[in-house]
Write a protein that binds this ligand. Structure first.
Ligand code: NCD
Ligand code: ZN
Length: 354
């Protein structure tokens, strides 16, 4: 019994961990998790080890993606002070550029104006610049969008002050867009106090007022819902230096459709936030004959059924309105009732123009 049919979802913020973090995730497991969550296209983040700031690292990641991916994959290039002169060379193989303005997992960071200027001057104008920007860094991103008159996309916005600043920039007609994650919509600082490292991520969980602000802007200022799927192993989370980040690919759609069942937003809006807007903003190709079937039957999220290598989710034990029952990608059933049938290598690399 299928109750809802949706287009293949696009996740514009996924950490697939190749090269260097294959014990956390790889293209085969990450894209299996994507399909199990109704996601047929992912954009992989560049904070790998080494990071995707050089043609060599980008080639290593692309080769692995071509060999192992079960859904369609595009990759971000990363910005760094040392390698910014290489941006024109790696642009041809990247879907977009990611600039980290704040601390998070990995060493990628930009905190000087000359590197920011190099990014905005040399990155091809027809390709997007995405930013990890928190608090006043959002103002830096808006300032750059205005100064260079070019589009800036803000990743995982989590605070009232940030979403309200982006709303003001949009009112002024500035070319900015933003995404929010299901965990910032559905968890808050009290979950962190209860769960500790298992609910630690960047940006950190907000106050109830921050969460309320994201919901207030979900039908207007917010452009995309993205997972920020950031798997780390249980052993790493239990260690003396637990890395921030939580998995998200398999839970995003069930959680958002539960919010629809609770009349917090419409099904059409979920499709805009997780398919139509990501495709338009990142200029991504259409996937013909592709759809997701979702069965409305109350279900509990469980760690045991996950395809992500990390094997745990902060949402385990949560009741959701249903589950992804089937995914069809380009006319072929690639996921059905708990089984991923897409082979590694059957996913397409998203073509990038230079
Ligand atoms: C991400 C990771 O683990 O790569 N962690 C996180 O907490 N979100 C990095 C990031 O997206 O900032
Ligand atoms: Zn991320």
């Amino acid at each position: 019994m299928t109750d809802l049919i949706l287009p293949g979802l696009i996740d514009v913020h996924t950490h697939l961990r190749v090269p260097g973090g294959e014990h956390k995730e790889d293209f085969a497991t990450g894209t299996a998790a994507a399909l199990a969550g109704g996601v047929t296209m992912v954009l992989g983040m560049p904070n790998t080890n080494p990071p995707l700031t050089t043609p060599q690292a980008m080639q290593t990641a692309l080769d692995a993606a071509r060999r192992d991916s079960r859904c369609d994959v595009g990759l971000y290039a990363g910005a760094s002070s040392a390698d910014s002169y290489l941006l024109p060379q790696i642009a041809a193989n990247a879907v977009a550029l990611k600039i980290y303005l704040n601390d998070t997992f990995g060493k990628l960071r930009v905190d000087d104006v000359p590197t920011l200027a190099a990014c905005f001057e040399t990155w091809p104008r027809h390709k997007l610049i995405a930013m990890h920007a928190e608090k006043q860094s959002v103002a830096v991103g808006i300032g750059l969008a205005a100064a260079y008159d070019r589009h800036v996309h803000f990743c995982h916005i989590s605070r009232r002050e940030e979403i309200e600043l982006i709303a003001k920039a949009k009112e002024r007609g500035l070319p900015v867009t933003c995404e929010v994650t299901p965990h910032h919509l559905l968890m808050d600082v009290s979950d962190y106090e209860r769960m500790g490292v298992w609910a630690d991520m960047r940006p950190v969980l907000g106050t109830p007022d921050d969460v309320a602000a994201l919901w207030e802007h979900l039908n207007s200022t917010v452009d995309c819902v993205a997972t920020d799927h950031a798997p780390h192993t249980s052993a790493e989370k239990r260690s003396a230096t637990p890395p921030p980040g939580v998995a998200g690919l398999e839970t995003a759609l069930p959680l958002m459709l539960t919010a629809v069942a609770e009349e917090k937003l419409s099904l059409d809006r979920v499709i805009e936030l997780m398919h139509t807007n990501p495709r338009r903003i990142f200029n991504l190709p259409e996937q013909p004959d592709t759809r997701v079937e979702f069965t409305l039957q109350p279900t509990t999220i469980r760690n045991e059924t996950m395809f992500s290598k990390c094997g745990w989710t902060p949402f385990a034990g949560r009741e959701v309105a249903g589950y992804v029952s089937r995914v069809i990608l380009r006319g072929t059933t690639v996921y059905e009732n708990g089984i991923v049938s897409a082979e590694p290598g059957s996913g397409h690399l998203i073509p990038t123009s230079s």
